[in-house]
Design a protein around this ligand. Structure first.
Ligand SMILES: Cc1cc2nc3c(=O)[nH]c(=O)nc-3n(C[C@H](O)[C@H](O)[C@H](O)COP(=O)(O)OP(=O)(O)OC[C@H]3O[C@@H](n4cnc5c(N)ncnc54)[C@H](O)[C@@H]3O)c2cc1C
Length: 393
């Protein structure tokens, strides 16, 4: 009997984590990626312990050490005068899994290198999943290339890791469109400044916020400024006009304006929300943004995609071991059941953070008082459920 083989649509962070998690369990995969190149500008990621310990279990601790910064905490400040509302400190050397800060592209490269080293992963780039047929034995996935070329790949199942505008989600019959939130994120990186604390700083203002943290092993600072926008722009990201962000920051604290002033180029992401999908249907499963895009106000979208991958890989390996190829739909159904409550909670918490972050006076006054009262310890306890998660089933 030949080794089990699954198809993954999308070589983003979720798709690559999925491929590695399956391949390490002896399951062969083909990853199909629509893009022809992977480079990306100016975007950072906070990778908290809930997904960080999965990356460690995939033997990525050392390559991540070379590119990430271990956060020493969080500082929350007021937008206008920069006064401090809260400081939460971590001691990374005493944490089993650090809270990592890194460039999105660095994490992607670490995953891609690990994927390329696995003999049971085939990576097909420049071709997108277009259509699909399924029967009781498996799936046949139709691919289309930019040149108009077409081919099919067969597998025991298809995992859609193809992002917020997932074609696989459409193919499952759930074509509810992503909805523009009225916010856009402006992202840039600037050279690190001497004496900067290696942690996350959050600035809260009316209808706006900013967050910055060191990336690239401390050589650069990733800065994200979130502002309201009347309409969404198409595409994954686009270049932003510096004059717009300068004007937007005119009422911000001198420290934030100075940091933003060092930026030479900005990339803009329109922020979309979308109802969670049915995460499994027969031999098709969805992970990451394809299943449940998360607003970035809790910094958990990539982490959830990595969690999804770990849980689905474990269940697939168990069912393939006990029931063979016929166990794939049951594994996918169990995955959907197991993940539903957590992803809904993270989505809701992120939306709630967005409302809190962007409050105007006088609601912001109540928020600031509540934050001060909660203090660092209260904030830490509030998120135990999120960061302490592990797939211990
Ligand atoms: C401003 C901002 C800040 C963020 N900060 C954080 C953070 O700090 N921490 C965090 O955890 N998350 C963060 N996120 C969220 C995170 O970036 C996403 O949730 C995460 O990248 C989703 O990964 P994914 O693999 O599911 O999808 P994607 O990264 O979108 O990958 C999908 C892949 O599928 C490919 N694809 C698309 N269609 C097809 C097709 N038909 N066939 C084949 N391939 C296809 C795409 O080209 C792409 O490579 C942030 C997001 C934003 C916008």
């Amino acid at each position: 009997m030949s080794a089990p083989h699954l198809v993954i649509a999308g070589a983003g962070i979720g798709g690559l984590a999925m491929a590695l998690s399956l391949a390490r369990r002896g399951i062969a995969v083909t990853v199909v990626e629509k893009r022809t190149s992977f480079g990306e500008l100016g975007a950072g990621l906070q990778i908290s312990a809930n997904s960080g310990r999965i990356l460690d279990a995939l033997d990525l601790t050392l390559p991540l050490k070379r590119v990430a910064v271990s956060s020493q905490g969080l500082v929350v400040r007021r937008w206008g005068n920069g006064s401090q509302l809260l400081e939460m400190r971590y001691e990374p050397e005493r944490m089993p899994t650090p809270f990592r800060l890194m460039k999105r592209n660095d994490l992607h490269t670490v995953l891609l290198d690990a994927v390329r080293a696995m003999p049971n992963i085939r990576l097909v780039v420049g071709r997108g999943v277009e259509d699909l047929s399924a029967d009781e034995n498996g799936v046949t996935v139709g691919l289309a290339g930019q040149s108009g070329s077409a081919e099919t790949i067969a597998g025991l199942g298809l995992i859609g890791a193809d992002g917020v505008r997932s074609r696989v989600r459409d193919l499952t019959g759930d074509a509810s469109p992503p909805v523009f939130t009225g916010y856009e994120a402006w992202r840039t990186t600037v050279p690190a400044r001497p004496g900067e604390k290696p942690g996350v700083t959050l600035h809260l203002g009316p209808g706006r916020h900013a967050v910055h943290y060191p990336v690239a092993a401390g050589r650069e600072i990733n800065l994200v400024v979130v502002r309201q926008a009347k309409e969404a722009r198409e595409g994954w990201s686009r270049e932003g006009d510096r004059a717009i962000v300068t004007e937007h920051l005119s009422g911000a604290s001198p420290a934030l304006r100075e940091l933003a002033g060092a930026a030479t180029d900005w990339q803009v992401w329109s922020l979309f929300d979308r109802k969670p999908a049915a995460m499994a249907k027969g031999r098709i499963a969805l992970i990451g943004d394809a299943a449940h895009p998360v607003l970035p106000f809790l910094a958990q979208g990539a982490s959830l995609a990595i969690e999804d991958a770990a849980v689905l890989a474990r269940l697939l390996a168990e069912k393939l071991g006990s029931e063979g190829a016929s166990g794939v739909p049951a594994a996918m159904a169990d995955y959907a059941k197991l993940r539903a409550a957590r992803v809904a909670r993270v989505q809701a918490e992120s939306r709630g953070n967005g409302r809190n972050y962007h409050m105007s006076w006088p609601l912001s006054l109540a928020r600031d008082l509540a934050l001060k009262r909660m203090g660092a310890e209260g904030l830490r306890r509030r998120y135990d459920w999120l960061y302490d998660w592990c797939d211990d089933n």
